[in-house]
Design a protein around this ligand. Structure first.
Ligand code: NAD
Ligand code: TYD
Length: 354
């Protein structure tokens, strides 16, 4: 079974993963039209898309996924057959401070898109597809053993994860109730070019470059699985085209590491690439108060997407961190432009010192 998207609405395409996805897909599929719908919140940045902004099959619309009148008019104007839905509030720490915005964008926004797509596609569900992008955080927190699978029960523990879980449930409910054509993917921690520097990896690089303290929550023992963003985008492209309707795939990097080990690895790469003396940046690490309800570990069983769709990530953590540090060092201007004042000392305000 394969699907050929032709008029594609990409929501949140000015954010981290969405922009990498567009940079990958727009030049690869010149016969398809891509419309990037983004509200340009603090996390959205059109400068991410310079390489494709003048291509004829790329278009930008500024607007809110939770605005039903605007979304309906967009479907009428563009006659989409495909939605790839990235737009979300995506930072756990922010969700602890302000959960309301997460419910509005992630839950109401997803429902608004689902309703508009269902109405627009009512006579042709078999020609259309809604790809919902989600996270491993919906499954909750693991101990030292085990991995999440597609059929693991949901147990979200942060307001961010709860809002993404609600959105996932709505998407599946449209499938079972109306026969709505969706596919879903849940991914682990992505990293790479164009990530907003309040997430761990770009934050560490940025602070190292400014010789600022590097905040590690708690004792740095929490474990994450890391996936290089372009590997994720290749997997998303495969799923959209090859998966069966109502399929869910988990997409992980199989690269688990504690936060402290990750920060050490990253700073060592940083020191090598900047010709610092070895260990110089590790001096910047500062243990700060822990994130409330901090999930201990995430890990995904990605064997179904590897076995059924033939996907394998091209980067392991070592090559991915090398590529990431090199990219941020080459794009200092991008970092300077995007590093908003609202971020500064964010973790200090929130969690204090240990
Ligand atoms: P991001 O925060 O970098 O980007 C989100 C984008 O959505 C921004 O461009 C923002 O302007 C836009 N947006 C926010 N609210 C909007 C609204 N109401 N209407 C229209 N646009 C709006 O996020 P990301 O890291 O690129 O994540 C993309 C998706 O992938 C999200 O759904 C997230 O939950 C999921 N995800 C991310 C990761 C990760 O490691 N980054 C991991 C798992 C899943
Ligand atoms: P983050 O990048 O926010 O992703 P997520 O919470 O979705 O996993 O954080 C990754 C891990 O790093 C998480 O365990 C929290 C931790 N962390 C720090 O220790 N210090 C920081 O400054 C940040 C932002 C995160």
């Amino acid at each position: 079974m394969s699907f050929t998207p032709s008029r594609i609405l990409v929501t949140g395409g000015a954010g981290f993963i969405g922009s990498n996805y567009l940079l990958h897909c727009v030049p690869s599929y010149p016969a398809a039209q891509f419309v990037n719908l983004d509200l340009l919140t603090y996390a959205g940045n059109l400068a991410n898309l310079r390489q494709i902004e003048s291509l004829e099959n790329y278009h930008f619309e500024r607007g809110d996924v939770a605005d039903p009148v605007f979304i309906r008019s967009l479907f009428e104007r563009w006659q989409f057959d495909t939605v790839v839905h990235f737009a979300a509030e995506s930072h756990v720490d922010r969700s602890i401070l302000d959960p309301g915005e997460f419910v509005r964008t992630n839950v109401t926004g997803t429902l608004t898109l689902l309703q508009a797509a269902k109405e627009a596609w009512k006579d042709r569900f078999d020609e259309c597809r809604f790809h919902h992008i989600s996270t491993d955080e919906v499954f909750g927190s693991l101990g030292l053993e085990g991995e999440f699978r597609e059929d693991t029960a949901y147990a979200p523990r942060s307001p961010y994860a709860a809002s993404k879980a609600a959105a996932d449930h709505l998407v599946r409910s449209f499938g079972t109730t109306y026969g709505f054509p969706y596919v879903m993917t849940n991914t682990s921690n992505n990293y790479g070019p164009f990530q907003f520097p309040e997430k761990l990896i770009p934050l560490v690089i940025r602070n190292a470059s400014e010789r600022k303290e590097i905040p590690v929550y708690g004792k740095g023992e929490n474990i994450r699985d890391w996936l290089y963003v372009t590997d994720h985008c290749e997997a998303l492209d495969l799923v959209l085209r090859q998966a069966a309707t109502e399929d869910t795939f988990l997409i992980g990097g199989s690269q688990e590491v504690t936060n402290l080990d990750l920060v050490h690895l990253l700073l060592d790469v940083y020191d090598r690439q900047t010709s610092n003396e070895p260990g110089r940046s590790r001096e910047l690490i500062r243990f700060v108060g822990d994130r409330p309800g901090h999930d201990f570990r995430y890990a995904l069983d990605s064997s179904p997407i590897q076995n059924r769709l033939g996907w394998t990530p091209k980067h392991d953590l070592t090559s991915g961190l090398e590529a990431t540090v090199a990219w941020y060092l080459d794009n200092q201007e991008w970092m300077d432009a995007i590093f908003g004042k609202d971020y500064l000392a964010y973790y200090e305000v929130q969690y204090g010192n240990r």
